[in-house]
Design a protein around this ligand. Structure first.
Ligand code: SF4
Length: 273
């Protein structure tokens, strides 16, 4: 099902003229305007199975209803979001914020200024984020790319657009798909869905993807189901993170209190064989 919104009218879909149903709360929730139009497809069939192309629409709707808007990304500027995306691996966001505060206090949240900092000094500033030596080197690689190739201009860098910029970012030392997509989506506002361990866990436990599905298979699945829309990808990723933290934990998932409990296979969460 093609779920793209019609151009020009952000509050209606191309399939019907129903405008702003009761669920539509704002730009990040435009998805509900068509999910309501297609409400009949959102009902499970007699065997309790959902129409394949609306599974993720229904997941989005249930999570948004349960948790509300998540207001991501928690950064003040696009550059701060990029630095945060480089620091967030294997640590809590609280620790990232402490490292960002160090950079802010030193007036270093600007590409040229940060690139000019000697690596030992950078390591000390990043220490609260953990793995600070590795992260300092990776961040410097990204800064080198940004300064050498785009003279530190985020505007010039993001003007390259998808998919070329995504490939350029993946070629930078220390930038993996999740970091690249976080930079593209949250700092660049380009529609590249961010997959993480929570996404894999939730989707595989419900049987929507294979346990062995890799990053790009999961990303393709989401991007083929949901409209290529920045607010939707932004919110959906944030909602899945919330779900993973609150309910879909690695051990002992709290299915009984989870908004997605009604979408489980009859036998319960699937396990890797
Ligand atoms: S119902 Fe259970 S398996 Fe599914 S997302 Fe919730 S906690 Fe995870």
């Amino acid at each position: 099902m093609n779920t793209r919104l019609s151009s020009g009218r952000r509050d209606s879909c191309q399939y019907c003229s129903a405008v702003r149903c009761g669920n539509v709360l704002g730009e990040s929730a435009v998805i509900f305007s068509f999910s309501t139009c297609w409400a009949r497809l959102l009902e499970p069939d007699r065997r309790g199975r959902y129409h394949e192309s609306v599974i993720l629409t229904e997941v989005y709707r249930r999570l948004f209803d349960a948790f509300g808007p998540q207001h991501w990304w928690p950064g003040e500027t696009a550059f701060e979001m990029i630095v945060g995306a480089m620091l967030t691996q294997n640590t809590s966001w609280q620790n990232v914020e402490r490292a960002l505060a160090n950079l802010r206090d030193a007036d270093l949240l600007e590409p040229h200024a940060l690139y000019a900092v000697p690596v030992e000094e950078l390591e000390e500033l990043l220490r609260p984020a953990g793995y600070f030596r590795v992260k300092a080197r990776r961040l410097r690689s990204l800064l080198q790319f940004l300064v050498d190739r785009y003279d530190g201009s985020l505007e010039a860098m993001f003007a390259i657009g998808l998919p070329d910029l995504r490939q350029q970012l993946l070629d930078v030392h220390g930038v993996g798909p999740e970091t690249a997509d976080s930079i593209l989506l949250y700092a660049g506002r380009l529609p590249s869905f961010v997959v993480d361990a929570y996404t894999h866990r939730v989707f595989s436990r419900h049987g929507w993807i294979d346990f062995d599905a890799d990053y790009h298979q999961i990303q393709d699945y989401v991007q083929s189901e949901l409209p290529a829309d920045v607010p939707t990808y932004n919110e959906f990723h944030a909602l899945l993170v919330r779900l993973g933290k609150d309910c879909c934990r690695k051990r002992n998932p709290k299915c009984a209190e989870c908004p997605l409990r009604g979408m489980l296979p009859k036998s319960g969460p699937l396990k890797r064989e």
